[in-house]
Design a protein around this ligand. Structure first.
Ligand code: HEC
Ligand code: HEC
Ligand code: HEC
Ligand code: HEC
Length: 505
């Protein structure tokens, strides 16, 4: 194992090392369910939480440091070892990205749902609670019982071994006694802050917030004895809560934890800043020496973080309920679990096969002949030879090969940003019929050009869509940072909008 991974909170599982998966027995679930006894021994209960997976089984690999993925999640979950009960809880939007899949992507969506239903139990999933966008999906696309998890109706609760009571909104004040009541919420931070009294009345000690997009991970205190956890999205983070529950009384952070938390947050910010600086150097094709210097800084910063994590905390008091929050970012430091990685790869193959077959039967909608159509970049080349040649030197002209190399060219979750006009009534609906519209061609930025190509009339083509034109594809998680001038300078030049490039006459 290398220096960077040693001592971090994840113990990376080496090849050949066999680990027993702790199978979590589910207690019966209903309003009448018996409440689990508090933790008899003094072993910590481990609560592992991830939220708003949005069906992401693997990051797309679009940027230099993609985060998340089931294979890493699996490794991270296995690495949590302890004598006490271990529970893995998923909440927030499990499948939905916030909108229903396009008609051609529905079959693939269902295949992914089946895949998650099969795979999540192998990761030790205890409970999955879908979010608002999942419930807004058409009935036949809704998550259903993800991974065999019980379905908690609004207001219902479910008891987990070790003294945890998982409660769904709306909170009832008449919950059974339990060392720790955990509310799974979809409300905003402000709404929760305005409702402290009912949380206190119900004896809630921990609130898990999900179902809102674009949010960063957050651990904070809402009021005395009530903590709030937001675990970020797309399974990029796994929050580990080490809980020492010995009976009633308010939940407290382990002494020393909050100072350590601040120091870790500062180190995390530093790691993130170095990573971003390094990635910008790469994008600008800086010298290998400059990039290597940043890499060294990154190694040192990660080591400092690992040392901080390993620093012993003051001893645990003899009585009372305590929590220690261990945030974990699923980055490249976390190795893939081989079996899960194989299952994910197999799933991707199935998606490709499914769509390839479906295309032979699919009827595409009739194109609207009153509007311009996507025709492909070679048509533009006839009059814009120089622009075409410059474009060919940019990664946009190779974006399709990227998908082919990854075996994802029939994955409809990838096609639209690596081509021009997919799923558009003026474009194409089958990869098999895409022809020259593969790759991020001229029309990905200038719009459908059949009419302009017939006339050369500039009123029939868009010259510049500005920043929004780029960020329709260059947005998180596919692109982390997008600095327009930097990027424009890399796609424009002599023969193609040279005058628009900064520094050019
Ligand atoms: C929302 C648009 C979007 C979607 C959807 C998308 N990509 Fe990308 N992809 C991009 C962008 C933008 C980049 C370039 C990232 C950058 O440099 O900012 C990229 C880059 C990549 C790269 C890196 C190419 C290189 O030269 O290093 C890979 C690999 C990739 N994508 C694979 C995929 C796969 C696989 C999928 C489907 C799971 C996918 N992409 C879906 C927008 C997208
Ligand atoms: C038949 C030749 C021809 C073809 C084919 C052609 N163009 Fe043009 N294009 C022109 C001419 C001529 C102009 C300059 C018009 C002017 O300045 O009045 C132009 C201008 C443009 C402009 C600048 C518009 C502006 O407002 O300044 C863009 C962008 C453009 N073309 C993109 C495309 C794209 C994309 C395609 C392929 C879909 C394409 N062209 C195909 C002839 C062509
Ligand atoms: C249709 C989606 C799409 C649009 C629109 C788009 N890009 Fe990209 N871009 C991509 C993809 C995909 C890649 C990665 C290609 C690959 O390597 O496979 C990429 C890569 C790049 C790269 C290469 C990586 C780097 O930083 O060197 C630059 C530069 C870039 N885009 C700039 C832009 C700019 C500027 C705009 C807007 C004027 C833009 N892109 C609009 C999809 C898009
Ligand atoms: C990633 C987005 C992107 C792609 C792909 C792209 N362009 Fe452009 N194009 C731009 C931008 C941005 C400008 C500059 C607009 C401005 O500032 O005036 C531009 C300018 C132009 C212009 C007008 C300026 C000039 O140099 O005459 C033409 C013509 C043009 N593009 C044609 C093409 C053709 C042909 C292709 C394909 C071979 C293509 N573009 C691919 C973004 C793109």
């Amino acid at each position: 194992m290398d220096l960077e991974t040693r001592g971090t909170e994840v113990r990376v599982v080496r090849k050949g090392e066999s680990l027993l998966l702790i199978v979590v027995a589910l207690a019966a679930c209903s309003r009448q369910s018996p409440v689990a006894p508090p933790n008899q021994s003094d072993h910590a209960v481990e609560l592992l939480v991830s939220s708003d997976l949005k069906g992401e089984v693997e990051p797309c690999g679009c940027n230099l440091e993609p985060l998340g993925g089931l294979a890493r999640l699996s490794t991270a979950l296995k690495s949590v070892s302890g004598q006490g009960p271990k529970h893995f809880l998923l909440h927030g939007n499990l499948l939905s990205e916030g909108h229903a899949p396009s008609p051609q992507a529905e079959a693939q969506f269902k295949l992914k749902r089946a895949f998650l239903n099969r795979t999540l139990p192998t990761l030790g999933l205890s409970l999955a609670l879908p979010g608002p966008a999942d419930r807004a999906l058409p009935k036949d696309l809704q998550p259903g019982l993800i991974g065999g998890s019980p379905d908690l109706a609004p207001g219902a609760y479910h008891s987990l071994k070790g003294g945890l009571l998982i409660v769904r909104e709306p909170v009832q004040s008449s919950l059974p006694k339990s060392p720790l009541k955990v509310l799974v919420s979809e409300r905003s931070l402000d709404a929760l802050r305005g409702d402290i009294e009912s949380l206190q009345a119900a004896g809630i000690g921990l609130v898990l917030v999900g179902g809102q997009s674009g949010e960063q991970a957050l651990w904070t205190s809402l009021a005395d004895g009530i903590f709030l956890l937001r675990s970020g999205e797309r399974g990029q983070n796994l929050a580990r809560l080490e809980l020492h529950l010995r009976g009633d009384g308010p939940l407290r952070e382990l002494p020393g934890a909050s100072k350590r938390k601040q120091e870790l947050a500062r180190l995390d910010q530093r790691i993130e800043a170095i990573r971003e600086a390094r990635d910008r150097l790469r994008v600008r094709q800086a010298s290998p020496q400059a990039i290597a210097a940043r890499d060294r800084q990154l190694v040192a910063a990660r080591r400092a973080r690992a040392d901080k994590v390993n620093e012993p905390l003051p001893a645990l008091p003899k009585t009372g309920n305590f929590v220690l929050y261990h945030p974990l970012v699923l980055d490249s430091q976390v190795a893939d679990d081989p079996a899960t990685a194989r299952a994910v790869a197999e799933h991707h193959r199935e998606v490709g096969d499914l769509n390839r077959q479906a295309e032979s039967q699919r009827q595409c909608p009739e194109p609207d002949k009153t509007k311009a159509q996507y025709v492909g970049s070679k048509t533009c080349k006839t009059c814009h030879q120089a622009a075409y040649e410059l474009w060919q030197q940019t990664p946009h002209s190779k974006a399709w090969k990227t998908l082919e190399d990854a075996g994802r060219d029939y994955d409809y979750a990838c096609v639209s940003c690596h081509s021009a006009g997919f799923g558009d009534a003026q474009g194409f609906c089958k990869v098999t019929e895409a022809g020259d519209r593969l790759n991020v061609g001229c029309e990905a930025c200038h719009g459908p050009g059949s009419r302009h190509a017939q006339t050369g009339d500039k009123a029939q083509i868009e010259r510049d869509r500005g920043l929004a034109g780029c960020t329709s594809c260059h947005h998180p998680p596919h692109t982390k940072a997008f600095h327009l001038d930097d990027r424009l300078a890399r796609i424009l030049g002599p023969g193609h909008g040279a005058n628009a490039a900064p520094g050019e006459p």
